[in-house]
Each structure stands twice: as C-alpha cells, then as structure tokens.
Design a protein around this ligand. Structure first.
Ligand SMILES: *[C@@H]1O[C@H](CO)[C@@H](O)[C@H](O)[C@H]1NC(C)=O
Ligand SMILES: *[C@@H]1O[C@H](CO)[C@@H](O)[C@H](O)[C@H]1NC(C)=O
Ligand SMILES: *[C@@H]1O[C@H](CO)[C@@H](O)[C@H](O)[C@H]1NC(C)=O
Ligand SMILES: *[C@@H]1O[C@H](CO)[C@@H](O)[C@H](O)[C@H]1NC(C)=O
Length: 280
C-alpha cells in the first residue's frame, strides 16, 4: 500500500473501532419493539412505558424531555417490579453496553430503585449486577456494563424498576448502546477458570480484571442461583490489572454450582463468565 492508501485504511479502521455499534441498543426514538425489546407487565399494571414528550408533552416537571422508557411509581405499594428486557446477545468480542438513567420526583424523595440483571444461557435471573436506590439524579446519568460472556454462550440484560411506597416519581432509561470497544470506566474481567477440588477442600476462584481498581469498588462472587458471597482479597497486579481471590470453604457436593465475579465501580459494573466448581 502507498502512504495515502495506508492512511485511508487506518482512518477507516479507526472509524470502525470508534463508531461501530452492535445490534441490541435502542435510542427509543422508534417503538422499543423495533429494537427487539420487550416489557413484562408487573403487579397491578406497574410497567415500563415508552414516553415521547415531543409528541405528547407532560405537565409534570419531574418527567424528563425526549423519548425514553419510564415507569411511574406514583401511588404504588412498595416492592412492585417492572421489567424491561433486551434481546438476547451473543457477542464474539470485547464490548461495552452503556445506558442513561434518570430517577426523579417532584419532592426529591427517591421514587424507588433500578436494578440490572444479566441472565446467562436462559438460566435464572439471579441477583442484580448493578443497582441504584435511595436517590434522585441530577439529569441523565451514564452507566456502563462490561459483560464478559461470549459466543457460543448468550445473555440477556434486564432492567428492573422497584417501587417504594409513598415515594411518587419516575425511573427512566434511555440510549442503550452496545459498543464495539471496551468500557471506559467499568473493569472487564478476563476469563474465569473452572476450579476442581476434592470434598472438604477449599476452592479458590481467581477473578482477574483489566482496568483501574479503586478502594470504593465492590467485588463479589455470584452463584448461578443468585446467591452472593462478599469478597475478598484484592491484589493490584499493576495499574491496569487487578486480581481478587475468593474461597468457597469446606466444599461438599452441595457446593457444585457455577460462579461468576462481579464488580461494581463508579462508572458501572463488570461481570465475568460463569465458571464451574467441580467437587470430587
Ligand atoms: C403518574 O401517576 C400518577 C398517579 O397515578 C398520576 O397522577 C400522574 O399524572 C402520572 N404521571 C404521568 C406523567 O403520567
Ligand atoms: C460469532 O461467531 C459465530 C461463529 O463464527 C457466528 O456464527 C456469529 O454470527 C458471530 N456473532 C457475532 C455477533 O459476530
Ligand atoms: C444495591 O443492592 C444491594 C443489595 O440489595 C444493597 O446492599 C446496595 O446498597 C444497593 N446499592 C445501591 C447503590 O443502592
Ligand atoms: C479453608 O477456609 C477456612 C475458612 O475461610 C479457613 O479457616 C481454613 O484454614 C481454610 N483451609 C485451608 C486448607 O486453606
């Protein structure tokens, strides 16, 4: 290649790397079902609705402007849940999902909580890998999800709103993107390896992630059935990588399960693949 051709080729490559988005995102400018999204009706009709304030203005100043998904938690009992489901994703390469969220109310009391689940291979929903609660946001806030589950395994991201009694307000989500590059803030886990032990031994998983480790980050091990085990020892390998170990003590046949590492950091969450604990 001559020089110009090389530069053009490099620019194209850069454009690809910067701008490429995979299917699975949604800007909610058109109907969410066109993005392959669906909503599950919660108790008493508590549900996510698509809002477009350009087409249908609202009188309530607590409702943001634009087109997005929202639940109205006003007049709801505590603990009602509404689900917004993304299509199933099967990515081959490192990627990042980011989204914007908004929690508001007229009296600035928290409208409830927003949880994110990552369900793998059609398995149980388990526990959230990311959540916010007890706050209202100043406008839209961006969060990232670094999900290290790759083809042939598949996963589904689920947004869940949970109402809080006597706290009228709104929980909204917008601009979900599946980006063809790593997250900027949320750490990505490297492949979590299976662990094999004899009955009665301690099994040790090693969670290794790329990215910066901050003292405020929360790291834990999540079992296939959703049970969470708080971690653990954190060892910074260098400024771009850190590792943490967690032991499942005194293993028995009942410990046999799949486990994954989860990290909640300032900018979002990272979650590893599931690895098997084999007890012989
Ligand atoms: C939210 O629900 C409350 C109570 O049902 C209602 O008064 C309010 O108008 C709703 N807000 C919007 C934007 O629809
Ligand atoms: C991942 O790779 C498999 C096998 O090569 C292919 O069938 C699939 O379409 C790829 N998926 C994506 C999202 O590129
Ligand atoms: C997320 O949920 C966990 C478990 O329910 C809770 O302990 C934690 O405080 C929540 N985090 C935020 C930021 O609300
Ligand atoms: C296994 O873990 C338990 C509890 O963390 C600890 O007390 C024990 O010393 C460990 N055993 C071995 C062999 O490392």
């Amino acid at each position: 290649m001559n020089r110009i051709a090389t530069i053009v080729w490099l620019l194209q490559l850069l454009q690809k790397a910067e701008g490429q988005v995979f299917p699975g995102g949604c800007s909610f400018d058109e109907h969410y079902s066109n993005c392959g999204y669906s909503v599950a009706l919660g108790t008493n009709g508590f549900t996510w609705e698509q809002i477009n304030t350009w087409e249908k203005p609202t009188m309530d100043p607590a409702v943001p402007t634009g087109s997005f998904m929202m639940v109205n938690s006003s007049g709801r009992a505590s603990g009602q849940k509404a689900h917004l489901l993304l299509p199933t994703l099967k990515e081959n390469d490192t990627h990042c999902i980011d989204f914007h969220y908004y929690l508001s109310s007229r009296d600035r009391s928290s409208p409830g909580s927003l949880n994110v689940y990552v369900k793998v291979n059609g398995g149980p929903q388990g526990n959230p890998i990311w959540n916010v609660s007890g706050i209202v946001t100043e406008g839209w806030v961006k969060a990232e999800l670094a999900i290290s589950t790759f083809w042939p395994h598949f996963y589904q991201v689920i947004f869940e709103s949970v109402s809080l009694k006597g706290h009228p307000g709104y929980i909204a989500v917008d601009e979900v993107r599946v980006l063809a590059h790593p997250c900027r803030k949320a750490p990505h886990f490297l492949r979590l390896q299976n662990v094999e032990v004899n009955v009665g031994q301690n099994a040790t998983f090693q969670c290794i992630a790329g990215g910066k480790w901050s003292q405020h980050d929360k790291l834990w091990l999540q079992q296939w059935n959703g049970r969470d085990t708080a971690l653990m020892v954190t060892r910074v390998v260098n400024h771009r990588r850190f590792s943490a170990t967690v032991s499942v003590a005194d293993t028995s046949q009942r410990s046999i399960s799949k486990y994954r590492c989860v990290i909640r950091s300032d900018g979002g969450s990272g979650v590893s693949n599931y690895a098997e604990l084999i007890v012989k």
